[in-house]
Write a protein that binds this ligand. Structure first.
Ligand code: AMP
Ligand code: GLY
Length: 433
């Protein structure tokens, strides 16, 4: 079988790497891929990004399954395009992808289906939004509606910060903001407290198989300081997701979401990612839904997944998912992201990357913003690599990942030495999977 992975980040490198290990898969194409997928003899990059051209390629190459990584392609309707042409693809339709692409849709959906989440109100009128902040005070959360690559959220600790965020997001040239009749929209939410975790499931429209739990580290700096990023590292499992929390998430969040989408005529096929906030009583609430795997959560999850990924995703694409438990490596996986100079602002590109170690059973370097130029790996984006290790404890996995990170060289490299620290703090071993 031939498989096509759409995307070029670390998540897609990890997906392609795992799919290539399936006994049923002969060739994995990655469109457009990155420096790491170019180096891997099992993978082949194809320089295509337009949806119609991807469908032409899948048809011409008789691709048995296309797996979509990034939200942008899903929100643009890649699954609808492929299905209309009879091509097998794993991911949500454009309508189902609204769970991520429109925060206003997601919040109203959660309210309709009784899914626990922060109280919210949604505004296109700046004066009403400002009045809402005056009434409720800080802390309060202001979100731009529409895909904003994790950067459209301000957790305001003062009312002044919230007012400034509203002005930014409802201003005339705010980036990444959904517009209705030319108008931007913001969602203003109650600020939840607790421990965050990522809970990701595979859906076929009706049936659900849960992946292992994970936790990412969104801030650029150690001790969770500085601006938000796409994610600077992750580990799996997340001890905060105890068996009890797992059961509650399935019953109170995932099942109602999947059943609700089916009832509303938009059955959800694909990875459904619930970003959770778990309070001190173990009550999980939904921060957000994503319609895809997380990045860098994918890298740590796929490092631990022992089941055949092709079988799983092909069955899900066919609406024939078996609700069996998946097989996981019992060890901890921990990934440290190495980012380019300038990230999360405009990253510098073109720095030569040296000292990349060979992959092994317990260490893989998944590439993201890298490219292969004249036989050399160079930086080509914000998050460049995710160095991912398996170990018998968080501390051991962290030590192995960081030892590899220190051997890799490129100018201006930034990484965090404290990925997984919270799990070390509260003790690992409580989690499920
Ligand atoms: P989102 O893009 O919705 O995932 O938000 C990015 C980050 O902002 C989340 O990972 C949380 O850390 C934080 N956040 C978003 N919404 C809330 C909320 N209602 N209460 C507290 N923190 C939030
Ligand atoms: N790492 C967070 C995300 O992929 O949304």
């Amino acid at each position: 079988m031939k498989v096509l992975v759409v995307g070029g980040g670390g998540r897609e490198h990890a997906l392609a790497w795992h799919l290539a290990r399936s006994a049923r898969v002969q060739q994995v194409y990655v469109a457009p891929g990155n420096g790491g997928t170019a180096l891997d003899p099992m993978l082949r990059n194809v320089p295509i990004t337009a949806l119609d051209e991807l469908a032409d390629f899948a048809a011409a190459e008789k691709i048995a399954l296309t797996v979509v990584g990034p939200e942008a392609a899903l929100a643009a309707g890649i699954v609808d395009v492929f299905r209309a042409r009879g091509l097998r693809i794993f991911g949500p339709t454009k309508a189902a992808a609204q769970l991520e692409s429109s925060k206003a849709f997601a919040k109203a959906f959660m309210q309709r289906h009784g899914i626990p989440t922060a109280l919210y109100a949604s505004f296109t009128d700046a004066a009403l939004a400002h009045a809402h902040v005056d009434k409720h005070g800080a802390p309060i959360v202001v979100k731009a509606d529409g895909l904003a690559a994790g950067k459209g959220v301000v957790v305001a600790t003062t009312a002044a910060e919230a007012h400034a965020a509203i002005d930014d997001m409802l201003g005339p040239s705010a980036p990444g903001v959904a517009r209705e009749g030319g108008q931007a929209r913001v969602v203003i939410e109650e600020c939840m407290s607790g421990e965050e975790a990522s809970f990701i499931v595979v859906c076929d429209g009706r049936h659900v198989v849960a992946l292992a739990s994970s936790q990412d580290h969104k801030r650029i700096g150690e001790g969770d300081s500085g601006p938000n990023t796409g994610g600077m590292g992750a580990y799996s499992p997340a001890p905060v997701v105890t068996p009890n929390v797992h059961a509650r998430v399935m019953q109170e969040i995932i099942r109602p979401a999947v059943d609700g989408m089916a009832r509303e005529g938009m059955p959800f096929t694909g990875f459904l990612y619930a970003g959770l906030m778990i309070d001190a009583h173990g009550q999980p609430r939904t921060v957000e839904f994503n319609c895809r795997l997380g990045d860098p959560e994918a890298q740590v999850l796929l490092m631990r997944l022992k089941s055949d990924l092709f079988e799983l995703l092909a069955r899900a694409a066919d609406g024939a998912l078996a609700e069996d438990e998946l097989q996981w490596d019992r060890r901890i996986a921990l990934g440290v992201v190495m980012a380019a100079a300038g990230y999360p602002g405009t990253p510098r590109t073109g720095d030569v990357v040296g000292g990349l170690p060979a992959g092994s059973d317990e260490l893989q370097v998944f590439h993201a913003g890298s490219a292969l130029r004249d036989g050399q790996v160079v930086t080509a984006g914000g998050r460049v690599l995710c160095v991912t290790a398996l170990g018998d404890s968080v501390r051991i996995a962290q030590g192995k990942a960081l030892a590899a990170v220190r051997g890799i060289r490129f100018d201006g490299a930034q990484w965090r030495n404290d990925i997984g620290q919270r799990a070390i703090g509260i003790g690992i071993g409580l989690g499920r999977h």
